[in-house]
Design a protein around this ligand. Structure first.
Ligand SMILES: *Cc1c(COP(=O)(O)O)cnc(C)c1O
Length: 434
């Protein structure tokens, strides 16, 4: 890969290679395109999750309060809005909310949407094929020995920076599968410990995520009874994330928050491999159409999705190719090569991508605790950086007076206290130095 040639045709590459913060406006946003996934696929996924609700009530009693549906609240952030707009000196017309996926059951992260969905889809197919269940039965039966016996003959394998491994490993092991999680070097020790405690096998790789995924895929390919869940291109992960769009429509309606041409909805999503934000964006676009606009946020050291999309090379280029180290405090976003799906499917659906320096997410992590008493991991606050950085671009295109801004907080509930304290202390020091 010749960076100079690339930068000549795509000037933003020079900024990315230099680690500068950028705002990339997608030139193809809103153009006509044929999407590979349809609204029917989205509703098929939603119906599957509904069928499994009785299973969750049975197997994960903490989900009984929501009837076995894994969903997170939308929280107003008046104090956070006042704090960040004062500290970062900008006006933010409209109201600010948090999509609190840091509270999603099981993994405490957005990965509970896609990862668990794909495990359920595999389990359902195997059980139906074996004649153990029909689509009309009570799926609480999945939590019985006959099903565990069936699944014990199969493996489910995944590579992860941490949270995807947690969501898949925990549910797969609970169903009775042999669950294997390949972890990259940035994966936190507590995530490995928790997975082992839940019955999953953790394979530690001394490499970055992209290499861990390749190793995991190869190992699974050797064994026909092992299903490999591929974070770099799985349609089922994507659809699992997308169901959020259907559910958000009802949450906003119930909260009396309109979404239409004069009340646009802006959603700010952290991107690692690009799978979860792309899936959510697809789901939102299927539901809200032109009234919703998605903006992704990536670390300056790991701008994999914007590099892929801006150059249109997508998964054919990695951040290492332009000399970046791929290291970030936002460990959920430490993915140097974008997913095969993200760039293609987002080409016409994604409004913009911004990149941020790590210090900013540390500061937001502390600020969100100080102002709203909400505990998240650093990756989960990336949307606040995009919120600030994208306002001039958005204001040049849309009526902002009645905007709803939704920052997607993607993880944090399971972070151990000592780890959280460390991040909070770093963030608090950054806030004080301001
Ligand atoms: C995985 C993850 C993301 C990004 O999702 P991708 O599918 O990798 O783009 C964001 N935040 C957290 C906390 C995550 O775990």
């Amino acid at each position: 890969m010749n960076i100079d040639e690339l930068a000549a045709s795509t000037p933003i590459v020079a900024d990315l290679a230099a680690g500068r913060e950028v705002v990339w406006a997608n030139p193809d946003y809103g153009k006509a395109a044929t999407l590979r996934q349809t609204r029917a696929d989205l509703f098929d996924a939603a119906a599957r999750l509904d069928r499994f609700a009785p299973y969750f009530v049975h197997a994960f009693p903490e989900t009984a309060v929501s009837g076995g549906i894994l969903e997170s609240p939308v929280l107003p952030l008046p104090a956070m809005k006042a704090a960040i707009t004062a500290r970062e000196h900008y006006d933010l017309p409209g109201a600010l909310y948090l999509k609190a996926d840091n509270q999603l059951p099981i993994s405490g992260s957005i990965k509970s949407r896609g990862g668990i969905y794909q495990v359920l889809k595999i389990a359902e197919q195997l059980a139906v094929d074996a004649g153990l269940i029909t689509y009309m039965d009570d799926y609480a039966a999945f939590d019985t020995p006959a099903f565990h016996d069936l699944f014990s003959h199969y493996g489910i394998s995944v590579a992860s920076t941490g949270n995807l491994g947690l969501s898949i490993g925990i549910v797969a092991a609970k169903l009775g599968f042999k669950a294997t999680v390949h972890m990259s070097h940035d994966a936190k020790q507590w995530k490995k410990d928790l997975l082992r405690e839940k019955g999953a096998t953790v394979v530690e790789h001394d490499t970055d995520f992209s290499s861990a995924i390749t190793a995991g895929r190869l190992a699974a390919d050797q064994d026909p009874t092992v299903f490999f869940i591929d974070d770099e291109g799985s349609v089922d992960l994507y659809l699992g994330y997308a169901v959020a769009g259907i559910r958000l429509q009802k949450q906003l309606r119930d909260a009396g928050i309109p979404v239409d041409a004069t009340h646009p909805l802006f959603v700010y999503l952290p991107a690692g491999v690009g799978g979860s934000p792309s899936g959510v964006t697809f789901g939102l676009k299927m539901i809200f159409g032109d009234a919703v606009h998605a903006i992704f946020a990536e670390p300056t050291h790991v701008p994999s999705v914007v590099l892929g999309m801006a150059t249109t090379l997508n998964e054919q280029i990695s951040v290492y190719d332009i000399g970046l180290d791929g290291l970030t405090e936002a460990d959920g976003l430490a993915v140097g090569r974008p997913s095969r799906l993200a760039g293609h499917e987002m080409r016409t659906l994604l409004d913009a991508i911004t990149t941020f320096k790590d210090d900013r997410v540390m500061a937001y992590t502390a600020e969100l605790m100080d102002t709203e008493h909400i505990r998240v991991e650093p990756s989960a606050t990336a949307g606040f950086a995009a919120l600030h950085d994208a306002q001039p671009l958005l204001a040049s295109k849309y009526p902002m007076a009645n905007a709803t801004h939704l920052v997607w907080a993607t993880g944090g509930m399971l972070v151990p206290d000592d780890e959280y304290e460390r991040d909070y202390t770093i963030g608090e020091a950054l806030l004080k130095n301001k």
